[in-house]
Design a protein around this ligand. Structure first.
Ligand code: ARG
Length: 283
């Protein structure tokens, strides 16, 4: 059943998208091997699917910042505030001004990390959907030092999770909190302490460890809106699990974006993150 949600996702069209440099293992061997027309078609499919349940706002694309399609990395939104990303790699740093301008024009209060602390927004900082808690992936892109700064700035508990596999370099490539307090994740992408931290906070019946094959198909890089889940690809077993939890699953091929190391979730930034939704025990 399709239900319309109140969600708004920020996206950025792939007019200038290409694999132009290598800053993660997925990009290796793919420089200049993309097909922009196919990318545009895949992106349109995702927009179309999301628009059947939610609102999609698009920011203008720009030449010279081919990875700006991955709007998840623009910042971390909570209430009317956004913590702007401070990209680790120089190749993406020019995106910061574009995101800052977009957020400010939408009336968000734009906060910045102190100098020297790389932070890659909702690629690494994900709100739990069962309790008022923010998970922060670190070890590849975002600095562990961001945890205390975010906790202070947004007055929220932050749990750091150390990422241990370079293929899963952003938290949203291997960890996906779902409405109601559920969680999809790929345990091997995390160090032992992080795996324990996850198990301590998310009850066993509410978390599902995806297989390596699903993880490598970017199944954890899913967009969740209400009871709808949109992702590149998922095995029958994973789809069945999601359906048992009450979700409808839609698979949309995003192979052109995987050449750059991203898929559905990376291509979106959820703009409505009211704090009240994140408190309580979920439902
Ligand atoms: N090529 C981009 C990078 O390496 C991909 C970003 C994917 N975004 C994400 N939220 N995981 O930065």
């Amino acid at each position: 059943m399709t239900t319309i949600t109140q969600d708004t996702f920020l996206m950025c069209a792939p007019e200038h998208f290409e694999v132009a440099y290598i800053i993660n293992p997925w990009m290796e061997g793919n420089v200049a091997h993309g097909d922009r027309l196919t990318a545009q078609g895949q992106w349109q499919e995702l927009v179309h699917a999301l628009r059947s349940v939610a609102r999609v706002d698009c920011m203008p694309s720009a030449a010279g910042v081919p990875d700006m399609v991955f709007t998840a990395n623009g910042g971390l939104v909570l209430d009317d505030k956004v913590i702007l990303s401070a990209f680790k790699h120089v190749e993406r740093q020019a995106e910061e001004a574009h995101f800052a301008a977009w957020f400010a024009a939408r009336g968000l209060q734009v906060l910045r990390m102190p100098a020297g602390l790389p932070f890659e927004g909702a690629g690494d900082a994900l709100l739990d959907r069962g309790s008022e808690l923010l998970w922060l992936g670190h070890g590849h892109r975002s600095d562990i030092g961001c945890a205390a700064v975010i906790a202070d700035m947004l007055e929220i508990e932050v749990q750091p999770l150390k990422l241990a596999d370079p293929r899963f370099y952003h938290l949203d490539t291997c960890f996906c909190p779902l409405q109601g307090g559920y969680l999809l994740y790929y345990p091997s992408a995390f160090d032992a302490a992080a795996q324990e931290r996850i198990a301590a906070r998310v009850p066993a019946h509410k978390r599902y460890a995806v297989t390596q094959q699903d993880a490598l198909s970017f199944a954890c890089n899913a967009v969740n809106s209400g009871k709808h889940v949109f992702l590149n690809q998922a095995s029958p077993a994973l789809c069945a699990q999601l359906e048992r939890w009450g979700y409808t699953v839609q698979q949309i091929a995003l192979t052109e974006f995987m050449k750059a190391g991203g898929a559905a979730k990376c291509l979106t930034l959820k703009m409505n993150e009211p704090r009240t939704l994140h408190s309580g025990s979920g439902h």
